[in-house]
Design a protein around this ligand. Structure first.
Ligand code: ADP
Ligand code: ASP
Ligand code: MG
Length: 403
């Protein structure tokens, strides 16, 4: 049996017809090297954003099921066009939707998780010598409804297929040369990394480095999928994601910025057992994920609880905020979407107060106030005012000499 290579091309890599032809040539090159090739593609250019805009022109709060029906069409356009390009170059190819290639997800529309991939169709097409083009970012739930995997989810489609078929490699082709020490569009001195560990990459991705969908890194780590990120426009080697024991441990590997978050404060809640339980179970029932949590133990048996959520979840949160207030007896629920989360990540920073103080010193030198802090063994994150975020990011990059 031939070795399988899974390749994924992002929206900017299939942004127009010339670029689609360029991808077709690369795919054929890989096939000609003797591999079985499965390709996942995203919607062309800004298609997904444009579809969301159209939906919002009709309703401020469209149902998640219909959003998934709409957004999944973007990827369907690009798989068909790429398949046609490959056909016109004389190769046998088939394009498949998520459902057609057996990607079964749960029912959490707009952020579904893949439960299983029934690989029968994929295996049949490969055995007949075809190149397969799979629509990224989508699957189907047990009711046959189309689901999507969350923004950037095509990376996860690629890794999940690679894991399910035991592929030799999963290559993520994008519009930068690989993974950098910080977003190269925001920090021009950012340095391309040859290698980074799964753990550090997962943390950077979860903390806002848009280059990989977090779930794709999680799956790659779990199923030991060799993963590489590289440019679809150049021929460089890119960045390999590897196990921690294959690289040198450093205190700070990279910096992430997430400005897609909002801070919610539930003010003056009674200070007694069960309040946090009630609050977070209501959020859980409504599929709202929470990141940082702070409880200010304060005045006369009342507390304030603040936490951060994704901006995408803000509309769902607002629907239940009044119920939350009443159920737990809070005085007020406020939210602030002018914040951002700035983080440093490195497997060697575990508990180092030296690293922490350097981080806080950098923000202090810029006069940036810290609203929330959280740490884990491989990251430190601060919530700060969004207007200061990029300045802070550049300063941290310089302070930790990552350039
Ligand atoms: P694609 O459409 O190919 O999936 P994305 O826009 O999702 O591309 O991801 C690539 C982008 O991720 C880059 O253009 C870059 O601006 C951004 N990015 C953020 N953090 C990083 C990082 N640490 N390294 C590389 N790129 C990053
Ligand atoms: N098209 C989807 C998005 O823009 C999925 C992806 O590109 O990975 O988020
Ligand atoms: Mg992406």
């Amino acid at each position: 049996m031939k070795e399988i290579i899974v390749q994924k091309y992002g929206g900017s890599s299939v942004g127009d017809i010339e670029k689609i032809k360029n991808v077709a040539r690369r795919v054929i090159e890989t096939k000609n090297k003797g591999f079985d090739v499965i390709v996942t593609v995203s919607a062309m250019g800004d298609t997904t954003d444009e579809l969301i805009e159209k939906a919002l022109m009709i309703s401020q709060n469209p149902s998640s099921r219909e959003m998934d029906m709409l957004l999944s069409t973007g990827e369907q356009v690009s798989v068909a066009l790429l398949a046609m390009a490959i056909q016109s170059m004389g190769h046998d190819v088939v394009s498949l939707t998520g459902a057609q290639c057996g990607i079964i997800t749960d029912s959490k529309h707009k952020k579904a998780r893949i439960n299983n991939i029934d690989t029968k169709r994929l295996q049949k097409e490969l055995s007949e010598g075809r190149i397969i083009i799979v629509a990224g970012f989508q699957g189907i739930n047990e009711n046959q409804d189309i689901t999507t995997l969350g923004r950037g989810g095509s990376d996860t489609t690629a890794v999940a297929i690679a894991a399910a078929l035991g592929a030799a490699k999963c290559e993520i082709y994008t519009d930068v040369e690989g993974v950098y020490t910080a977003d190269p569009r925001k920090v021009p001195s950012a340095r391309l990394m040859k290698r980074i560990s799964y753990d550090e990459m997962l943390e950077l991705a979860e903390l806002g480095a848009g280059v990989l969908h977090p779930r794709s890194v999680e799956l790659a780590r779990k199923f030991n999928v060799p993963l590489v990120v590289r440019s679809s426009f150049a021929d460089s080697e890119g960045t390999e994601i590897v196990n921690m024991d294959q690289i040198e441990r450093v205190a700070v590997r990279g910096i992430s910025l997430d400005d897609d978050i909002a801070k919610v404060s539930v003010l003056e809640v009674p200070d007694r057992p069960g309040i946090a339980f009630k609050l977070f179970s209501m959020l859980s029932l409504n599929n709202i994920n929470v990141d940082m949590i702070i409880q200010n133990v304060n005045r006369l048996s009342v507390n304030d609880i603040s936490f951060t959520i994704k901006k995408d979840d803000m509309a769902d949160f607002l629907k239940i905020s009044e119920t939350i207030k009443e159920t737990i007896g809070a005085e007020k629920v406020t939210y602030d979407d002018s914040v951002a989360k700035l983080s440093i990540v490195g497997a060697g920073l575990a508990g180092s107060t030296e690293v922490m103080s350097k981080f806080f010193e950098a923000l202090y030198e810029l006069g940036i106030n810290i609203q929330m802090i959280s740490t884990s063994s491989i990251k430190i994150s601060c919530i700060i005012d969004r207007d200061n975020a990029e300045k802070g990011m550049a300063k941290l990059h310089e302070k930790f000499q990552l350039g």
